[in-house]
Every structure is written in structure tokens, then in C-alpha cells.
Design a binder for this molecule. Structure first.
Ligand code: 48H
Length: 259
């Protein structure tokens, strides 16, 4: 016999289990766009304890809508192996361009990350970082509706060995870090450079190049990497985002193997 109270109890018990096991983790990712999901997938597959925080109801970031709501994305040949790892179908349009259905691609990235073991928390906004001994040591979390409604409710904190800012164009967490702590980033000027206009060829190349540890324990990936380093935007071509997620995975794996 189905019992109303048991339904509530099981949800509460299971969620609190998930949340308390996230208090002390290996890698915390902010933003469930393509770069954050890809990074989480490979890290979790390697056995690291990974949680990903997404402020929106639906993870997936800016990939659902393709280009101008035409729900197809373009991926270049060198990133096709990542689509294949997630079981995402693609069509060879020749000249090195492939296309994929953006709904299939986005849902497969989310599903792949969860199945690999990433704990995805939607509706949680990262509002600050924990800064100790001149290094980022954790994240400060609150419910999205609390932030949205401007309610005066204090946040909670988690700790992680490595943090990824995968928040897309605004590079929100890096911005907060710079504004509040006045630290120097590992960019040429030490400052937050700001995203440049459209240039798909340059933007794609720079996204991967700019994916790096920008402050101690603190990495940027995807569009956030371009925002922080002053790279170009690239429109609805997503190979750079996927390869950026893969690159930040390799950087963190290497760093953790030395600790
Ligand atoms: C929790 C947050 C917070 C926060 C933001 O924008 P995204 O899809 O990110 P990327 O970098 O993986 O992919 C970028 C791509 O989608 C894109 O925009 C491209 C290719 N643009 C090219 C162009 O020319 O325009 O996802 C970031 C996610 C979103 O889901 C946000 O809701 C989330 O991060 N987020 N989550 N706490 N403080 N801030």
C-alpha cells in the first residue's frame, strides 16, 4: 500500500544523504553546461568524488537551443570522440564539420555525467568561494529561489580539493573571487580580461588553450575560460566546449596525482 508520508520520507532521507556526502569532495564544478558536464563525467569515471551545482532547474546550459533555436549543433572532427564516449550520434557534413541534435546531445551529456557518478544538484546557486591560505578551498551555496527572491537567508559551505568555474559567458565565480578578494589571476595582466566578439576559428582554439588553473585549486573551463582570458566567442560550434571539459579533467587528474 503506497503511503504518502513514506514518499516524503524517502525523498528527504535520500536527498540529505546526497547533500551530506557532498560536504567534503574531490572536485566541485559550478555550472552544468557542456564543459562542466564533460569534465564531471571523465573525473567521476576515474573514481573521483565529484559534485556539480547548477542554479537552473534543468542542467545543460546553453546547448539545448542549438543556434538561434535551430536545435542542431556543429562539432568539429577532433571532438567527435567525446560525442562517441557519450553515445551521441552525429552526421558527417564533410569538410571536417559534423552536426548533432542538440536535444540528444545535451540530454546524453547530463545522463552520462549522472551515470558516471557525478552528483548533480540543480536549483542550487554558488554565491561565493571559501578562500584560505591564498587558495580556493570550497564553495558557498544557497537555493536559487532564495537568491532570486532576495531573501536574507545565510548560505551553507562545502569543501573540495579542486573547483571548476564552468559558468559560461559571465564566469560568475571568477568574477566574485576577483571582486571580493582582489587577487591576481594567472592571466597575462593578472586581471579578468573579458570576452571578445565573434570569431569562431579563434574562439574554438582559445577556449581549449585558456582552460587552466587560474588561481590556486581554481580552474576555468568553457566560455568562462574565454571570459577570464579575453578570448573570442564562437557561436553554436561546441567542439571547443567539449574539448575544454576534457582538458580541465586531464589538468585536475594530473594535479591530484601529485598531491
Ligand atoms: C550555479 C551557475 C551559476 C552559479 C551560472 O553557459 P554554459 O552552457 O557553459 P559552457 O561554458 O559549458 O558552454 C558555453 C556554451 O553553452 C555557449 O554559451 C556558447 C558556445 N556560446 C557561444 C556564443 O558565441 O554565444 O553553462 C553554464 C551553466 C548554466 O547552466 C548556468 O545556469 C550555470 O552554469 N551557472 N550554476 N551557480 N553561480 N552561474
Amino acid at each position: 500500500m503506497i503511503n504518502d508520508i513514506k514518499i516524503s520520507k524517502h525523498i528527504i532521507d535520500r536527498y540529505f544523504n546526497k547533500l551530506s556526502s557532498t560536504l567534503d569532495i574531490d572536485i566541485a564544478i559550478v555550472g552544468a553546461g557542456p564543459s562542466g558536464l564533460v569534465a564531471g563525467y571523465y573525473l567521476a569515471k576515474d573514481g573521483y568524488k565529484v559534485s556539480l551545482f547548477e542554479t537552473k532547474l534543468a542542467p545543460g546550459g546553453g546547448m539545448w537551443g542549438g543556434g538561434m533555436m535551430f536545435n542542431e549543433i556543429v562539432v568539429q572532427k577532433k571532438a567527435i570522440h567525446i560525442l562517441e564516449d557519450f553515445g551521441i550520434g552525429s552526421r558527417d557534413m564533410k569538410e571536417g564539420y559534423f552536426t548533432a541534435d542538440s536535444v540528444e546531445a545535451t540530454s546524453a551529456l547530463i545522463n552520462g555525467a549522472v551515470k558516471a557518478g557525478v552528483n548533480i544538484f540543480n536549483l542550487i546557486k554558488v554565491v561565493d568561494v571559501v578562500l584560505k591560505d591564498n587558495a580556493v578551498k570550497g564553495l558557498v551555496l544557497n537555493w536559487t529561489p532564495v537568491e532570486y527572491m532576495g531573501l536574507h537567508v545565510d548560505p551553507l559551505t562545502i569543501q573540495a580539493k579542486k573547483i571548476i568555474d564552468a559558468t559560461g559567458h559571465p564566469a560568475e565565480i571568477t568574477n566574485t573571487l576577483v571582486k571580493k578578494a582582489g587577487i591576481n589571476l594567472n592571466t597575462p595582466s593578472g586581471k579578468f580580461e573579458g570576452e571578445k566578439p565573434m570569431n569562431a576559428a579563434k574562439g574554438e582554439e582559445e577556449t581549449v588553450k585558456n582552460t587552466s588553473e587560474v588561481f590556486t585549486n581554481f580552474y576555468v573551463s568553457g566560455m568562462a575560460a574565454n571570459g577570464v582570458y579575453g578570448g573570442f566567442r564562437m557561436g553554436p560550434i561546441f567542439g571547443g566546449m567539449l574539448l575544454s571539459g576534457y582538458k580541465v579533467y586531464t589538468l585536475i587528474k594530473e594535479a591530484l596525482s601529485k598531491e
